[in-house]
Design a protein around this ligand. Sequence first.
Ligand SMILES: NC(=O)c1ccc[n+]([C@@H]2O[C@H](COP(=O)([O-])OP(=O)(O)OC[C@H]3O[C@@H](n4cnc5c(N)ncnc54)[C@H](OP(=O)(O)O)[C@@H]3O)[C@@H](O)[C@H]2O)c1
Length: 241
Amino acid sequence: MSRLAVVSGGGTGIGRSTAGMLAGEGYDVIIVGRRAEVLADAVKWIGPQASGVTADVSDPAQIPAVVEAVGGRPVDVLVNNAGAFVSGTDSTLDSVADHWRASFDSNVLTAVLLTTALLPSLRRPGGRIILTSSIAAQRGGGGPYSAAKAALHGYALDLAVALGGEGITANVISPGYVIDSEFFDGRMTPEGHQKRVDATLLKRPGEPQDIAEAVRWLTGPGGAYVTAQIINVNGGSVLGR
Ligand SMILES: NC(=O)c1ccc[n+]([C@@H]2O[C@H](COP(=O)([O-])OP(=O)(O)OC[C@H]3O[C@@H](n4cnc5c(N)ncnc54)[C@H](OP(=O)(O)O)[C@@H]3O)[C@@H](O)[C@H]2O)c1
């Protein structure tokens, strides 16, 4: 039987590219997202090894649908990629609380709930957990988004400590500016784009495949001895942190 990977947020952008890469490596891939039609398009794009589960993974009540789709098979790779920049007005304490809670739900609980539910299913030894953070965790600039992504780093380190003895690795991939996803939909200007490209040493934006290649390395033989690390894939826009 093929190895199995689960990719949250696998319907678009970085997650879709990662799921496609994993399918190419021979994995059966379960992609998870909130919009059924987006998942259906991605499944078509990825190919017959892919299947979609419609679920909001920040909602404990919706996580069992993913566990059901796994169906008792060992999970070789779990990519916690779902997340979003949540906007807020911050005009009152209530709106600040709403903004921070929504950001935390979207970027932290999504990873914590899915990982917790799939933990018993992870292959022992050999399972690989990846969490998708952001350059914003290291250099700020995103308010609660930066703080939520930074929280993933501490969580990943705890996972790595707890699971290392069972042969499971846990690492964070921290992307810089990546185009061809929905992440900046409605928020990007030509100037904003150019500023982000200029901030890289390689003078180009990241592409979803750049992140998928880091996942390929971490989930392949090259990643066997890598755990509890923050892997930066940012074209040099943050130096060696
Ligand atoms: N693009 C960048 O420059 C950049 C930089 C650093 C980090 N990142 C991080 O990379 C990850 C992927 O982002 P992307 O750029 O590929 O953007 P994207 O196209 O917006 O991808 C995010 C995916 O996550 C899914 N999702 C969001 N919340 C979810 C939830 N609660 N439950 C289930 N699925 C959920 C979305 O689908 P539905 O809306 O259908 O649920 C979407 O497919 C995110 O964690 C993002 O924070 C992106």
